[in-house]
Structures are given as structure tokens and as C-alpha cells.
Design a protein around this ligand. Structure first.
Ligand code: HEM
Length: 470
């Protein structure tokens, strides 16, 4: 039963709630229909658990920005909380432990928080490896998925652990595959079964795979932390692990929320959140550029004009590349990496657009509905970099660009992700042309639905550009 003055929604059936009324493969169309019937704020039952769904900029903004703290919690008692042993940052509830870890991670990952090697340097170093691999494939076509996932994982590994893996290293594919499989299961029907039927949780069903993968990843991360404890020099951090250990030393054991077990979970969270998100954004950008070569060429003209003979781009160059910035942002909008964001929860009783929302209510921010809202975007379903340009051709970011969400829980890796996208894509466009292979048929640009979306598998032809060439 819905509480009094709770947002309206479809009648639930016993035990299942409304989950059977939505397609598990892709619930987005079903959610749009419900919004058309019940409004911008409506409710659903996921099994026994009531959830409020926010549709469109107005509702999402009121919750995340205007009532920010009220909506800054995370639902508890779900599979993902159990997998991370209630110690992760992403699913950590609003409170001192989450706040301290978020502050620590944000400060450390600022450009100069990581000791001698800046974030920019780490990204550009990895980009060189990508260019070498692409150069070997010049004149041919390749499936860029493994290369781009490996590069994104290596960048976050370099930031977290000061280490990158060779692209052939089996540890790298173990990490990427484990995170990928976990994301798939954790956002699929088996996670819903786990969350809805507590009595089934100990049975050998497919969701156990997520726990197995996580245990293996945790063991690997614990070993890295142990190695760091032996090789670190206090006060001279090389990476996030060293920074955390330094911070623990500085604060001492008394009343400190920083502890080694939490460090391991923080590393796993950042590694997970920083891999598929960035890589699928880059893969989507390459797909759109290869299939819209006039836009690619316009980016290359701007890049050549700004960089001249300079071999290396810097993040500062973005201010002189409005068209490139607009193109990257537009591909991010269309990539729609986190279509339903990450689930929120209310931390106290509150109101939203006139409805009463009790404490602890699960809240789903339908970011897709904002990124494709026809009143916010002139041509919402097209690839149109002009969405991010004003009449003077300058780069502007519309309020409805919520790929990183908003409010106190806004993506913690936004700066890193923006740097990666800009530095990698500009370097690649400076050196290569990407073409849709002639024998590949018509491109299918629609993404594969998931908690983190990806483009459909594709191949792309790679051509070397001349020094400054066209
Ligand atoms: C283009 C790439 C990325 C996109 C589109 C993206 C998007 C998002 C979104 C939508 C959220 C949910 C915010 C909310 O709960 O309202 C989120 C949370 C988060 N992201 Fe990202 N992300 C990206 C890259 C990264 C990277 C590179 C990192 C790692 C350094 C990262 C770390 C996190 C963390 C830790 C959270 C949870 C924050 C919290 O709960 O306080 N993300 N991200």
C-alpha cells in the first residue's frame, strides 16, 4: 500500500510489486509510459520496496539540487550493499564515513594531489600506448572495445595504485571481465530476485557469481595495499593508496573513520566506477565520429589550428576548442552512460513537487528522461554538437546536461572523466582518421541497455593522418 500523499503509480501485485510490468531487458520505454500516465514524479514497487521515479529536469533538479541533502542517501539492504560489505563509497549511506571518504577521494584526485605525476601526465602516457596499438592497425579495421577498456582501466589503476598493466597481461582482462560481469548481473533480473526474495539468497543461483568475482578482486586489491605498505615513503605519496595510508598516519587511530578495510573497498569502488563509464563514453564518441565524418573533420580542423605543430595536447587547450568540446559533450549525452543514475534514498521525511516522501524511500533519477527531454534539447534524438554552442560559437553547457548527475552525490570522478575524454579523443583525432568500414552495413547507434550502457559492438577503420594532415 502506498503511504498517504505518496506519488501515484500502477497497482502492484503481491510479492513482485510492479517488476513484472517492466521489461528487465530494457525498462526505459515502460518507465516513459508510466510517466505519461502518472506524471513527473510517480511510484513503483520493486518487490515489497516502494520506489519513487523522477522524470524530467524539473523533478530531478528539485530532488538533487533544491532538496539536495534530503535525497543524498543510498538504499540499503540490497545485493550491491551486501557485495561491498556495506563499506563502499558508491552505495555508502549519507553520513560521516561516506562524507570523509568522498572528501578524501576528491581532494586526492585533484590534479596535483597525487605527488609528482599529475593526472594529465598519467592519461597522456596511457594515450601513447593506445596510439601505438592503433598505429599498428593503420589501414585496417579493428574492434576497439578491448583496447579502450584496457586504457581506461590502466588510467584509474595508475591513479589508484601507480601501476599500469601490459595490454596482454591476464590480470588486466581478469579485472575488466570481473567488473563487467558484476555490472551486468547487478543490474539484471537475478539482482531483482536477490533483492525481492531474501530466503533464496544462500542458494547457488547466478547472483553468487557477483560475490565470487568481488572476493577475487578484493584479494587482488588487498595484495596491492600490502605491497604499498612495504614500499612507501611516508609523506611522499605516489598514488591514492599512499595518500590514504599517509592520512591514516596523520589522523591516528582515535575516532578515525579511515581504516584499511575501507581503503580496499574505496579502491574497488573507484576502480569499478572509473573503468566502464569512461571507456564506453570514448567508444560511443568514436562510433559517432566514424559515422559522421563531416563532424570529425571539423574537430580536426580546430585541433590542428590550436595545436599547430605541437605534439601534445593539454587540458588547458579545451578553452580554445569550443567545437571539440561541444562534440565530446554531445557524444556523452547520446552515450547516456548511466541511464537511471545510481539509486538514491531519502535520509529524512521530505516533500517533492507536493508529495510526501518518507525517510528511507528508494529514489530513481531517470537521467535519460532529462538528457533526451524535448523541451530542453532542440533536436533531442540527433547528433547535434550545436546543442553545446551559443550564437557566437562558444561552448556552453545546458542545465539538462546531467550525465554526471548533480547535488552532493554528483559523480566523484567527473574531473578525471572529463580530462580522459578530452585528452584521449583530441590526441586520437590529431593522429588518426576513423571511418565506418565499407563492408560493415548500416551502423546501429542505439546503446545496449544496462546500469552502465555501452554501444553495440562495432569495427572501425583507422587511417594515419599526415603531420598536420587532412
Ligand atoms: C564519463 C564517465 C562517467 C560518467 C558518465 C559517470 C556518471 C556517474 C553518475 C551518473 C553517478 C551517480 C551520481 C548520483 O548518485 O546521483 C556517478 C557516481 C559516481 N562516480 Fe561516476 N561517472 C563517470 C566516471 C567516473 C570515474 C572516472 C570515476 C572514478 C574516479 C567515477 C566515480 C564515481 C563515484 C565514486 C560515484 C559515487 C559518488 C557518491 O556516491 O558519492 N565516475 N557517476
Amino acid at each position: 500500500q502506498r503511504p498517504r500523499n505518496f506519488p501515484p503509480g500502477p497497482p502492484p501485485v503481491p510479492i513482485f510489486g510492479n517488476v513484472l510490468q517492466l521489461s528487465m531487458k530494457n525498462p526505459m520505454a515502460g518507465l516513459d509510459k508510466l510517466s505519461a500516465e502518472y506524471g513527473e514524479v510517480y511510484s513503483l514497487f520493486l518487490g515489497w520496496r516502494p520506489a519513487v521515479v523522477l522524470h524530467g529536469l524539473q523533478a530531478v533538479r528539485e530532488a538533487l539540487v533544491t532538496k539536495s541533502v534530503d535525497f543524498a542517501g543510498r538504499p540499503q539492504g540490497m545485493m550491491i550493499n551486501h557485495v561491498t560489505e556495506d563499506k563502499g563509497l558508491i552505495m555508502g549511506n549519507y553520513g560521516a564515513v561516506w562524507r570523509e571518504h568522498r572528501r578524501f577521494a576528491l581532494t586526492t584526485m585533484k590534479n596535483f594531489g597525487l605527488g609528482k605525476r599529475s593526472m594529465e601526465e598519467r592519461i597522456l602516457e596511457e594515450t601513447d600506448h593506445v596510439c601505438t596499438r592503433l598505429g599498428e592497425n593503420a589501414g585496417k579495421s579493428l574492434d576497439p572495445v578491448t583496447l579502450v577498456h584496457s586504457a581506461a582501466s590502466n588510467i584509474i589503476c595508475s591513479v589508484l595504485f601507480g601501476h599500469r598493466y601490459d595490454y596482454q597481461d591476464p590480470v588486466l582482462s581478469f579485472i575488466i571481465n570481473s567488473f563487467k560481469e558484476n555490472a551486468q548481473i547487478a543490474n539484471g533480473p537475478w539482482a531483482a530476485v536477490y533483492d525481492t526474495f531474501p530466503l533464496l539468497r544462500r542458494l547457488p543461483l547466478p547472483f553468487q557469481r557477483v560475490f565470487d568475482n568481488y572476493r577475487a578482486l578484493k584479494k587482488h586489491t588487498v595484495e596491492i595495499v600490502e605491497q604499498h605498505k612495504h614500499t612507501r615513503a611516508r609523506g611522499e605519496p605516489r598514488d591514492v593508496v599512499d595518500c590514504y595510508l599517509d592520512e591514516m598516519d596523520k589522523r591516528g587511530p582515535e575516532g578515525c573513520v579511515l581504516e584499511e578495510e575501507r581503503l580496499v573497498m574505496l579502491l574497488l569502488d573507484l576502480h569499478f566506477a572509473g573503468t566502464d563509464t569512461s571507456s564506453n563514453s570514448i567508444l560511443t564518441a568514436l562510433l559517432y565520429l566514424a559515422t559522421h565524418t563531416h563532424i570529425q573533420a571539423q574537430c580536426q580542423t580546430e585541433i590542428d589550428g590550436v595545436l599547430g605543430g605541437r605534439g601534445r595536447v593539454s587540458f588547458e587547450d579545451r578553452h580554445r576548442m569550443p567545437y571539440v568540446m561541444a562534440t565530446i559533450h554531445e557524444t556523452q549525452r547520446l552515450a547516456n552512460i548511466a541511464p537511471l543514475g545510481v539509486f538514491h534514498a531519502t535520509i529524512r521525511p521530505t516533500k517533492l513537487m507536493g508529495y510526501d516522501i518518507p525517510e528511507g524511500t528508494l529514489v530513481i533519477t531517470n537521467l535519460t528522461s532529462v538528457l533526451f527531454e524535448s523541451s530542453q534539447w532542440e533536436r533531442a534524438n540527433d547528433f547535434n554538437p550545436a546543442h553545446f554552442l551559443n550564437d557566437d560559437g562558444q561552448f556552453v553547457k545546458p542545465e539538462a546536461f546531467l550525465v554526471f548527475s548533480a547535488g552532493p552525490r554528483v559523480c566523484l570522478g567527473e574531473l578525471l572523466a572529463r580530462m580522459e575524454l578530452f585528452l584521449i579523443l583530441v590526441t586520437l583525432l590529431q593522429r588518426f582518421r576513423f571511418l565506418w568500414p565499407e563492408d560493415a552495413g548500416n551502423p546501429d547507434l542505439s546503446p545496449v541497455f544496462g546500469g552502465i550502457q555501452s554501444p553495440k559492438p562495432y569495427r572501425v577503420s583507422v587511417r594515419l593522418r599526415g603531420n598536420q594532415g587532412a
